[in-house]
Design a protein around this ligand. Structure first.
Ligand SMILES: *Cc1c(COP(=O)(O)O)cnc(C)c1O
Length: 424
């Protein structure tokens, strides 16, 4: 069966043919590859073509596909049963492995997806502060719960609007939207709204392409939150154990009130979490009045994969230095190839995260990112696939380096970039 036949068949039974929209490749006017298997840095589709994979399941696979230690941990867990709906020792073990790194986080709770983690963090913030509104940043993605599917209105005085059908205007009006890396836009909102329960932000944004926040901006944001008795939520679902071992905290040491994790902490299985200090986490049911639950939360297979993933990262203190060197090499290589051919390109990297925009202007926020040449991106994406490189099928995504990549992987990638640029 070809990829296209598989997609046609899937479309008969699955809404849109996919279980998460970006997978459909509609941003690059194409159709998805159906993946048969992966190994380390590579994936193979059902047409038996192999690609170097820079999607890495959208971030979780820090150690690439079929990592031996993660596989073994899952197999061992599976022997004992796949789910109990009762506590296991694995949950406490992963909780310790995560919390021991963060002096400002004393309790954690595991959920199944990043969406649940941010949704629960916001509920907790509203309960703790007894305030209603939340503030997010344009271009940051925090999952698909109602309060977070909101776009900015035009100008600070106008109401925000739902970015999805089915989200109530009444919900959207409780969510304020500021401009990333622009502290003035936050100040104005704080001046006009006294009841902001929390500010939620990706401290290293990876969902508008890779756009790290400036250290000074985050410091001022933390200060503003404190002055206004507003909780600061760092959504590190993507950047946690990815941008550095400690995520953004490892880079700028800024302590948010609540931190959400996901992706890498599940090692490729569904797990995410939110963590905070005791006085806040004690509000959660069963101790407190904030309800939050999950049939499969803390699932033993996911916990085992997470433990194997975090333990490996912890035991290899040079891991992120090595991954960042590869990211830097990719960044510099792409840039100089683009320059040779007069192609406008901006690149960024942080730890094992890598991003590029087809523009010659600085990208500091979502509006800047939107100025990228999307048709050039789509052409580049298609050429790279032809040349054996699997990139995220959208300009507004981040690429991921995994531990199984090396100089050879990079050389092959840059050769493909060169060929692709040549034929653009
Ligand atoms: C992926 C992501 C989410 C959503 O996580 P899901 O597991 O897909 O629900 C939330 N926040 C950030 C920053 C993410 O990258």
């Amino acid at each position: 069966m070809t990829n296209l036949e598989a997609f046609d068949e899937a479309c008969k039974f699955i809404a849109g043919g996919v279980n998460s929209p970006v997978r459909a490749f509609s941003n690059v006017q194409s159709h998805p590859l159906f993946i048969a298997k992966g190994k380390g840095a590579f994936i193979t589709d059902i047409e038996n073509k192999t690609y170097i994979d820079y999607v890495q399941s959208w971030g979780p696979l820090l150690f690439g596909h079929c990592d031996k230690k993660i596989q073994k941990a899952c197999k061992n867990a599976l022997k004992n049963g796949s789910s109990f709906g009762a506590p296991t020792l694995l949950e406490t073990e992963l909780a310790k492995l995560i919390l021991e790194n963060f002096p400002h986080l004393s309790k954690i709770r595991f959920v199944n997806s990043g969406t649940e983690a941010t949704m629960s963090a916001i509920r907790l913030a509203r309960a703790f502060t007894k305030k209603n509104k939340i503030l997010k940043f344009e271009g940051c993605y925090h999952g698909h719960s109602d309060s977070l599917l909101v776009s900015a209105g035009s100008g600070a005085s106008t109401f925000n609007t739902p970015s999805s059908l089915g989200v109530l205007n009444e919900f959207a009006q409780q969510t304020l939207v500021a401009t990333y890396n622009d502290i003035e836009s936050v100040k104005i909102l704080f001046e006009n709204h006294k009841d902001i329960a929390c500010v939620i932000i990706e401290p290293i944004a990876g969902n508008m392409g890779l756009v790290p926040a400036k250290q000074k901006f985050l410091e001022e944001l933390a200060k503003l939150c404190k002055e206004n008795q507003t909780l600061l939520i760092f959504d590190e679902v993507m950047s946690g154990f990815r941008a550095s071992f400690l995520g953004s905290f490892g880079i700028n040491q800024i302590k948010a009130d609540i931190v959400t994790f996901g992706k890498v902490i599940g090692g490729g299985l569904p797990a995410a979490a939110f963590a905070s200090r005791d006085e806040i986490m004690n509000l959660l049911s069963p101790k407190g009045g904030v309800y939050q639950a999950g049939t499969l939360s803390g699932n033993p297979l996911a916990m085992a994969a997470g433990i194997a993933s975090i333990t490996q990262a912890k035991n290899d203190p040079k891991l992120f230095i090595r991954l960042e060197k590869l990211a830097k090499k990719l960044s510099k290589g792409m840039k100089s190839l683009a320059k040779e051919r007069g192609i406008p390109l901006k690149t960024r990297y942080v730890g094992s995260m890598f991003g590029y925009f087809f523009t010659d202007k600085k990208v500091r926020n979502y509006q800047d990112a939107l100025k990228s040449d999307l048709s050039l991106f789509a052409k580049f994406h298609a050429k790279m696939l032809e040349n054996g490189i699997y990139l995220a099928p959208s300009q507004f995504e981040t690429s991921f380096i995994c531990s199984k990549m090396n100089q050879e992987t990079l050389a092959l990638t840059l050769e493909a970039v060169n060929k692709s640029f040549k034929s653009l």
